[in-house]
Design a protein around this ligand. Structure first.
Ligand code: NAP
Length: 253
């Protein structure tokens, strides 16, 4: 699918690009020709990504990365990121808000306050702050695209998944509001449920599971990357990666 995706000349921010789904999404977008602004705290993971993108460019001539080591809980840092992108490119074409934390799998009554607050700070507040920082830049693109990682947990809200499920439900509500605010613009904004994927977060959530039964994050990234296409028409929906379908929300009665 990605082979037909052409993102030449387009600038993409990918958060959580140091490992897991974000790492492979950054690689996919770069392989399609984008300049990827790769954000995470772990410099080693970002450097490995940069090496892979450079190696791919040596073969295909496509893709580039700028590394931004940043803790997304640093709100002022997130604000500065938008300013720096504006100064360098004067626009942003693609936002992949992928960084997230699980917190803990535990009965709600046993969750420590600092763990709950961290889940909300990274998954919800930092996502909002990032949206606020780059919304004006996406409006300056001829086809701004936002891909915001959610989870099936937002809807299944299973026992012991409370903090994470609540954070992802909040993320999806923001996506819907933001998509509604921008529906008459060229911007297209969607949430994504990647489904269970072979990453560090999944291993933390379900430690007894054999990771080999799960799809590799590169496989999931290949399904999600086309949401960055200027040709995309959908907005305000959830893209369900396992079924490769857009799910519609129930309209209010
Ligand atoms: P992962 O392997 O744990 O990677 C998480 C990424 O987020 C890392 O790159 C991490 O980078 C970054 N991150 C976390 N806290 C950060 C912070 N404070 N500042 C900056 N970056 C931060 O997770 P994943 O499984 O790939 O998950 C990616 C997204 O998919 C998440 O939003 C997750 O909720 C969602 N999701 C995953 C699954 C699954 O089965 N894997 C299922 C449903 C939804 P650093 O640690 O280097 O900062």
């Amino acid at each position: 699918m990605t082979s037909s995706l052409n993102l030449s000349g387009r600038v993409a921010v990918v958060t959580g690009a140091s490992r897991g789904i974000g790492y492979f999404l950054a690689k996919e977008l770069a392989a399609a020709g984008a300049h990827v602004v790769a954000v995470a705290r772990t410099i080693g993971g970002l450097e490995e990504l940069d090496d892979e993108i450079k190696a791919e460019k040596a073969i295909s001539g496509k893709g580039e990365a700028t590394l931004v080591p940043l803790d997304l809980a640093d709100g002022a840092g997130v604000d500065r990121l938008g300013g720096a992108i504006h100064e360098r490119w004067g626009k942003l074409d693609i936002l992949v808000a992928n960084a997230g934390v699980l917190g803990v799998i535990s009965p709600l009554g046993h969750v420590e306050a600092k763990v709950f607050e961290k889940v909300m700070a990274v998954n919800v507040t930092a996502t909002w702050r990032l949206i606020r920082s780059v919304d004006p830049l996406l409006r300056l693109s001829d086809a701004g695209r936002a891909i915001v990682l959610s989870s099936g947990a937002a809807h299944s809200a299973k026992a012991f998944w409370g903090p994470y499920a609540a954070s992802k439900a909040a993320v999806e509500a923001m996506v819907r509001s933001w998509a509604d605010e921008t529906k008459n613009l060229p911007l297209r904004i969607n949430a994504v449920n990647p489904g269970a994927t072979r990453t560090a977060m999944r291993a933390q959530a379900v430690p007894g599971e054999d990771p080999q039964i799960l799809p590799h994050p590169s496989e999931i990234a290949r399904k999600i990357a086309p949401l960055a296409s200027p040709a995309l028409t959908e907005t305000g929906l959830i893209f369900d990666a396992p079924s490769e379908r857009f799910l519609r929300y129930r309209l209010p009665e």
